[in-house]
Write a protein that binds this ligand. Structure first.
Ligand code: MG
Length: 438
């Protein structure tokens, strides 16, 4: 089954990791740690587990603060280890567990890292939200796990590092993000003949809206994704197209293709999850119902395919359409593309500024159209201060360096947002909006 791995058909695709060992592929069961088990991906993953209860054993579950749901999940699956964000959440969790069940409760970043490297786990689902997921992904990679990666920020912030650790520690990455999972499936056993990969984008809830319309959209409108039911942060990122920008960076690190060979096509129905074009001009696409359990199961069960409780795809339900993304009104796509050209620090700045700007928007402290402008301002400040490439160093230093740049960027973004009207406009206008080239 190893020949199904992307890139094994030739040198063109340099997939981020080698295939998992035969012992994992051929095992009759999987021992799972789910990081982010109470979020959208985590809940869908447990639905997949529920459909194959004999194949999976849950050894660890983690969330940030939703201890009530974590306790319910823990009572159902009885893992020996749980992890939460802080001591307060740990106390609340302990109080919710029944007598006779006393798992180890781990706390904070160190707790998540310990859970991600549990010796009794062979597979880790990394599905924490945002940059908080990086530390646990790195810990899982250092421990040589098979990582089902839903946390795209791990690659946006430290893709080179994840690649190097995977190679060195024989860790494996299977992409849960639906587009990257689609490409993974289309590339099975191929590599040499790839011309480009094409990420599809739904266009989000504001597809076709003018710049004037976008000025006044509210968080409630932005949170209503037309096709996918997701968490708040990724829903806003889908509305700004920053999600697709981050996915370009994610694809770059997963598949090792130059950024100009990673393209985006708007496909509002979200039926085709992505495509690969080969040198002869032919394309392979992966299609499916817009249900994350398909991509999650493709990773957790790989290379097997088993029945799932997901409605079958009905291709007669509606016509499939495609269009070029509107990068003038949705500049985040190009901001992400340009960040890749500088690598390292620029992608960290892009991601941190975006996380801060999304929080400000959700709190009613900036407008929807301020999001790309705040990100562009933070990137400009980064360019002004650190010309040239920032090489990655040893894992711990690189990780710590990443986190401090991230904190600095968040503070800067919030400061710009707090400026009074005229000064704020001046700062935002200086940075431009990231250009218009797709
Ligand atoms: Mg996606």
């Amino acid at each position: 089954m190893a020949e199904l791995w992307p890139g094994l058909g030739g040198p063109n695709i340099d997939y981020i990791s080698a295939p998992p060992a035969a012992t994992w592929r051929e095992a009759q069961s999987r021992s799972l740690v789910l990081l982010g088990s109470t979020g959208s991906i985590g809940r869908n993953a447990l639905s997949v587990v529920e459909s194959q209860p004999d194949f999976f054993r849950i050894v660890g579950l983690a969330c940030a603060r939703n201890v009530r749901l974590l306790a319910e999940q823990a009572v159902r699956w009885r893992p020996g280890h749980l992890a939460v964000l802080d001591a307060t959440a740990a106390t609340a969790l302990r109080a919710l567990l029944p007598k006779g069940y006393a798992p180890h409760i781990l706390v904070g970043k160190v707790g998540y890292e310990a859970l991600a490297s549990l010796p009794q786990a062979d597979t880790v689902l990394s599905a924490q939200s945002g940059s908080a997921g990086l530390a646990a992904t790195l810990a899982a990679a250092l421990a040589g796990k098979v990582i089902c990666l839903a946390n795209k920020e791990s690659l946006v912030l430290a893709g080179d590092l994840v690649r190097r650790i995977c190679r060195h520690r024989k860790a494996v990455v299977l992409p849960v993000d639906s587009e990257h999972n689609a490409i993974f499936q289309c590339l099975a056993g191929r590599g040499q003949e790839v011309r480009r990969i094409i990420l599809t984008a739904s266009g989000g809830p504001f597809l076709g809206k003018s710049a004037a319309d976008l000025q006044h959209v509210t968080p409630a409108q932005a949170l209503k994704h037309p096709n996918w039911n997701m968490g708040a942060k990724i829903s806003i990122d889908s509305a700004t197209l920053m999600n697709k920008g981050l996915e370009i960076i994610e694809a770059f690190h997963l598949y090792g293709l130059p950024v100009e060979r990673i393209q985006v096509l708007v496909h509002p129905q979200s039926v085709i999850h992505s495509l690969v074009e080969f040198h002869d001009g032919s394309q392979l696409a992966q299609l499916g119902t817009a249900d994350m359990r398909l991509a999650i199961a493709a990773c957790l069960l790989w290379p097997q395919c088993r029945p799932l409780p997901v409605p079958a795809l009905d291709l007669t339900a509606r016509p499939l359409t495609f269009q070029i993304p509107d990068v003038e009104n949705f500049p985040c796509l190009n901001l992400a593309r340009q960040s890749l050209e500088g690598r390292g620090g620029r992608c960290v700045t892009l991601n941190a500024a975006n996380e801060a700007a999304v929080e400000l928007f959700l709190a009613g402290r900036c407008t929807f159209t301020d999001i790309p402008r705040l990100v562009a301002s933070a990137l400009k400040a980064h360019e002004d201060r650190t010309p040239g490439h920032q090489p990655l160093c040893a894992p711990d230093q690189a990780r710590d360096g990443t986190l401090s740049l991230e904190q600095e960027t968040r503070i800067l973004t919030e400061r710009i947002a707090r400026l009074d009207g005229q000064s704020r406009e001046l700062v935002l206008a200086q940075a431009g909006d990231g250009g218009t080239q797709c």
